[in-house]
Ligand binder design. Structure first.
Ligand SMILES: [Zn+2]
Length: 140
């Protein structure tokens, strides 16, 4: 089984860099070949010859990055692990304060602890044992 590892660097980017900025060694910096990049920088791409050769190598897929992997993909390969996480949208403006629940209909609900006398209907305190009106013993 052949090891088909390929450089993550874009062949297209390298090619364009070589064509337009090759005499500065830009394409070599791009693929991580810093030393030769610096050499190109000071020699104007090995007097232009190196750049021409590189352009041909890149175009034919025979150009290698700093790890010795050939630049074959025209698109840059995204790093596998790092997932591009969408930035938390800066436009996400805080939702206009939601209308507070319309004031609840003030429905009177007596929570007073009272006891209605089953006999006369009068209201007694919960603690009241005998109806204050008719004297009926209220539930205990
Ligand atoms: Zn009563």
């Amino acid at each position: 089984m052949q090891n088909r590892r390929v450089s993550r660097r874009s062949r297209m980017v390298a090619l364009l860099l070589a064509i337009f900025l090759g005499i500065f060694g830009a394409h070599r910096f791009y693929v991580g070949r810093i030393a030769s990049g610096i050499l190109y920088l000071f020699t104007e791409g090995l007097f232009g010859i190196g750049v021409l050769v590189d352009i041909i190598l890149i175009a034919t897929g025979a150009f290698y990055d700093d790890r010795g992997l050939p630049l074959l993909n025209w698109d840059e390969t995204p790093r596998p692990i790092i997932t591009t996480q969408p930035h938390p949208s800066p436009h996400q403006r805080s939702q206009p304060a939601q209308n507070p629940q319309p004031a609840q209909k003030a429905q009177y609900q007596s929570n007073e602890p009272v006891t209605y006398c089953p006999e006369c209907g009068s209201i007694n305190d919960l603690e009241t044992v005998y109806c204050s009106t008719c004297g009926l013993p209220l539930k205990r």
